[in-house]
Design a protein around this ligand. Sequence first.
Ligand code: TAP
Length: 452
Amino acid sequence: MTSFTLIDPTTGQAFRDVPRATLDDVDAAIARAVDAQRGWAALAPVARADALRAFARAVEDHVDELAALEVQNSGHPIGSARWEASHVAQVLNFSAGAPERLSGQQIPVAGGLDVTFHEPYGVVGIIVPWNFPMTIASWGFAPALAAGNAVVLKPAELTPLTAVRLGELALEAGLPAGLFQVITGSGSLVGQRFVTHPDVRKVVFTGSTEVGVEVAAGCARGLKPVTLELGGKSANIVFADADLEKAAAAAPGAVFDNAGQDCCARSRILVQRSVYDRFLELLEPAVTAWRVGDPSRDDTDMGPLISSAHRDTVASFLDGADIAFRGSAPDGDGWWFAPTVVLAQPEDRIAREEVFGPVVAVMPFDDEADAIRLANDTIYGLAGSLWTENLGRAVRVARGVKSGVLSVNSHASVRYWTPFGGMKASGLGRELGPDAAEHFTETKNVFFATDA
Ligand code: TAP
């Protein structure tokens, strides 16, 4: 077993080595998962619910420890990291309601009784990116476990620490050995083995659209279902009749949160032409007030980018860009990048490609139809926001924008009890929400003849 070295993005210093699993390690873990799943699925629903609640309590008891790991490994501000760890506990608690609610149907059929069952797939493989290591993992593993599956989880090589700790906490909380295993290693080996191994019966992938397409193609060859949560280029649409002060004050958080490394980042701001100049005037102080710095401080809004290579990629988007204004960022060690506002045209690279960094493209539009056209002028369709005081317009535009998750006069996208996921190149399937656990089951129909 070789290892890889983690770098603290705030300091640029190496701080820990993590083992890299071999193919044999992955196959052995999947074999253990197959065994553990049989016993888990056979438990009474209330026993599975109790076990998940115990796991949630263990996470709640370790929020500070998990948050500190995320600050060091990912550079997330401590306030955000605490929220993320608490969110994992909430997703587990919400999922703990599912085992006793996975009801099938009774369908009228002559001569007998026809009922359906929600059967677990067996072993579910979950592949997670580096941007929100804990939360995105929990959106897969909590409902998958609730539905009676075992889970093998591969965190991103850059950010494995919180996932590894969650795996330990599951065991400490009493989940059976082998039921929830975290396997560290490369995507091309561990992730691909989830795709090709015949005993992994469903794959959940979150990451880039490019790799997601490959994962889906591999799953198609094994006839296994796949959920994909991919990239985004979401629009924040500001109409002239909006509360402009409120819209401008909220805009930085919608794109610079987590240093823009957020699939839901509203990385295009579309502003109605008649208020374009006024909106930029209001946006500038909100951007310069965005506090970039030491992520261990409670008053920090944004930490560093995840890696030196990623910082180079983000910086490349500013080549030839028309920069309107920038916030500030620390000098020196660490992968810092100042929040940046760029004036763009719809055909510009910055307006079309996902930056995954703290850079936002602002563009004017003329009327409602133009706003919808521009918002939809992207291969992606994950999230989006619109700001207007006109209810009819809010409904029309919300229905007209082809995205999976939209907010009106708000940027909220993620709640564990509402569905989340993308259209077009942003993904396939939905996570979270009332049906989350059902997505980890397949329907079995059984007919019982009652004729004497
Ligand atoms: P990717 O390079 O796609 O990696 C995502 C995960 O897939 C990592 O764990 C990676 O492993 C693994 N992986 C890489 N190659 C693989 C392969 N051939 N087979 C199976 N697994 C493989 O993305 P990233 O750089 O981590 O994240 C940034 C991108 O993800 C952005 O485009 C962003 O929009 C998107 N994203 C989307 C969402 C949602 S919710 N839609 C959330 C977060 C991120 P290693 O890197 O460890 O080798």
